[in-house]
Design a protein around this ligand. Structure first.
Ligand SMILES: [Zn+2]
Length: 207
């Protein structure tokens, strides 16, 4: 079984800024209780969505939380994220991560990502898996993310550790990496690695 945790964060006001994540909660209901307390004054009706999909309107906060709970139990993969926004504009996000990921990599990942995953998590056991497969466009664009082909890996952890891993991956010419994003817009809290070759067009997961 994957060693999953749940973190929440306020949606950043500035585009490109990284959220300030809560500590990782072991249990989904505990994370949701904190999220609920933060959103009590955010204003009815609420909008709910899984990251990358369109928001739906929900009349009460209790219903919004229940919807996220069901979705997060059903889609319980590292990297899944769910967003609740109040009508006053304040929003919070719940994100599923995996701590001390087991090597080898999940078979759903592309071969290059399996190779990068095995390298990273065997060498850095304190790094976290923030997700591989995710059928969604790149945030704020209509271009499909390589996560939609399971050809990308998000690596989380303490900033110092991520600095070390990013340096290591940048210097390692043998790993099949086509792109590494770290300390750029939207990537101050995790490293994004795209496998080589990079995929483009429309992914099979897009209906
Ligand atoms: Zn990514």
């Amino acid at each position: 079984m994957a060693d999953l945790r749940y973190r929440i964060a306020k949606l950043p006001d500035r585009p490109g800024a990284s959220p300030k994540w809560s500590r990782p909660y072991r249990k989904l209901p505990n994370a949701l209780a904190v999220m609920r307390a933060k959103l009590v004054l955010a204003g009815k009706p609420y909008s709910v969505n899984r990251r990358g999909s369109r928001p739906g309107s929900v009349p009460t906060l209790a219903k919004a939380i229940a919807r996220v709970r069901r979705a997060a139990q059903k889609q319980s993969n590292a990297g899944e994220a769910y967003i609740i926004r109040g009508s006053a504009g304040v929003g919070y996000m719940l994100r599923i991560i995996e701590v001390t990921p087991k090597v080898p990599a999940p078979s759903s990942a592309t071969p290059p990502i399996q190779e990068v995953y095995s390298y990273v998590f065997a060498k850095y056991p304190d790094a976290q898996n923030w997700g591989i497969c995710n059928c969604r466009p790149i945030a704020g664009t209509t271009v499909w993310s390589n996560h939609a082909w399971c050809n990308a890996l998000d690596i989380g952890g303490p900033t110092k550790l991520l600095d070390q891993i990013a340096r290591d991956l940048n210097n390692n010419r043998k790993l099949p990496i086509s792109e590494l994003l770290w300390r750029v817009a939207n990537h101050y809290d995790h490293i994004h690695v795209t496998g080589s070759p990079k995929k483009s067009g429309r992914p099979p997961c897009a209906k």
